[in-house]
Design a protein around this ligand. Structure first.
Ligand code: FES
Length: 152
């Protein structure tokens, strides 16, 4: 869907900003908001571009850089960190062949860090797209990734 068409579904009000950004980012295969799109959204809603940029940088679920088909976000907060008897990030980096904030060459996965996902009692935790995975182990991570690779 074109950004122009999506914007027409929303009232021209500042309080629509997060909803518009989420809706549009989810529409795009590369899951990010470009500089040109920031300008278009800011103009439509009548907010400064700096406001759009600050929202994009504040929330870890937004990005201003192209991302893969599936976005893997690992919780980096203390409860998850102390609950891990292995390194979640290093396991994912090894399995995917990329580092944090990189995308696999085939464009399937982007690996990111995030703050608390609200499931601390089930730590360690990661999210892939909209789905939360809890009580992670190295074997569980491999099994989860293989499900996604099968459905690519
Ligand atoms: S600290 Fe990781 S989910 Fe809350």
């Amino acid at each position: 869907m074109l950004l122009k068409d999506l914007l027409e579904k929303y009232p021209k009000k500042e309080d629509q900003l997060i909803e518009v950004l989420l809706a549009y980012q989810n529409e795009k295969n590369d899951h990010y908001i470009s500089k040109e799109e920031i300008t278009e959204i800011a103009t439509y809603l009548g907010v400064p571009e700096s406001k759009v940029c600050s929202v994009l940088s504040f929330y870890t679920f937004f990005s201003d850089k192209p991302r893969g088909k599936h976005i893997i976000q690992v919780c980096k907060d203390v409860p998850c960190y102390v609950a891990s008897d292995f390194d979640v990030v290093k396991t994912l980096e090894k399995e995917l062949g990329i580092r944090v904030n990189e995308t696999t060459k085939n464009g399937q996965f982007t690996l990111e860090l995030t703050s608390c996902l609200g499931c601390c009692e089930s730590a360690p935790v990661m999210r892939i797209d909209d789905k939360i995975y809890t009580h992670l182990s190295a074997d569980k991570i491999k099994a989860i990734l293989s499900e996604y690779k099968v459905t690519m």
